[in-house]
Design a protein around this ligand. Structure first.
Ligand code: HEC
Length: 214
């Protein structure tokens, strides 16, 4: 019964589908490959180095604080520029306006030029009343005018189209407190604005006589 023997043997053989199945998993038989350990090692080393380098001195918080510091710095700088901008807006520099608009004629010294431009330093037209210089700057001045015992007869243009009311107020306050002038009665931009409205009908420059009569 050789044929039968062969048949029996074949029956005892493990079926092909069973052979293909993976062997039962056993603990400890499949350790992590070397590459995985190396990977974790590098990650831990990198993390430790990163923390050591990035934690600023004296700071107890761990982690990346660069963004925090950066946004704080940006916020600070924004606050600084904000406040300096509002400061510039509300406070026009009268000295700067004088230097760029008036000094070419009246000179930086405020002494004017003999025979051509009258002095502002010590001039009663500047000192006596804060509205007179504002009127002159708005509309200009023409005809003979006596300043500190000297008569001038020239023409000064008006600046109401070049300067804002704030700028006119600032330059008036500047010439009234500069050099030997010591007036502290401050003219405001609103006062200049009111004056400008009152004078909106006036199209010609002032004469000295007009300014004398209130
Ligand atoms: C183009 C030259 C010129 C410029 C610029 C000029 N002025 Fe005059 N200013 C004169 C002249 C000229 C007179 C005298 C006018 C006259 O003879 O009637 C005068 C007169 C005056 C007076 C009255 C007289 C006195 O000496 O007190 C004041 C105040 C004055 N100017 C202020 C200013 C201010 C402030 C500015 C700048 C915003 C300015 N002026 C710009 C030429 C100028």
């Amino acid at each position: 019964m050789g044929n039968n023997d062969t048949f029996d043997n074949r029956n005892l053989e493990v079926a092909p589908c069973v052979q293909e199945e993976a062997p039962e998993p056993e603990e400890g038989k499949n350790p992590w490959p070397y590459a995985v350990w190396l990977f974790f090692g590098i990650m831990i080393g990198w993390g430790a180095t990163y923390l050591a380098l990035e934690v600023p001195h004296g700071q107890v918080e761990f982690g990346d604080v660069r963004d925090q510091l950066k946004s704080q710095m940006i916020r600070n700088s924004v606050e600084v520029t904000d406040s300096s901008e509002t400061l510039n807006k509300s406070k026009v520099d009268g000295g700067q306006i004088y230097a760029s608009v008036c000094a070419s004629c009246h000179q930086a010294s405020g002494q004017g030029l003999p025979g051509a431009f009258p002095p502002l330093d010590g001039s009663p037209w500047v000192i006596q009343n804060k509205f007179i210089p504002a009127k002159i700057i708005l509309k200009g001045l023409t005809g003979p005018i006596e300043v500190k015992g000297v008569t001038f007869n020239g023409v000064m243009p008006g600046f109401e189209n070049q300067l804002s009311s704030e700028e006119i107020a600032a330059v008036v306050n500047f010439i009234r407190s500069q050099w030997s002038n010591r007036e502290s009665d401050v003219l405001t931009g609103e006062e200049v604005q009111t004056l400008q409205k009152q004078l909106s009908g006036k199209k010609t420059p002032w004469t000295a006589d007009e300014l004398k009569s209130p």
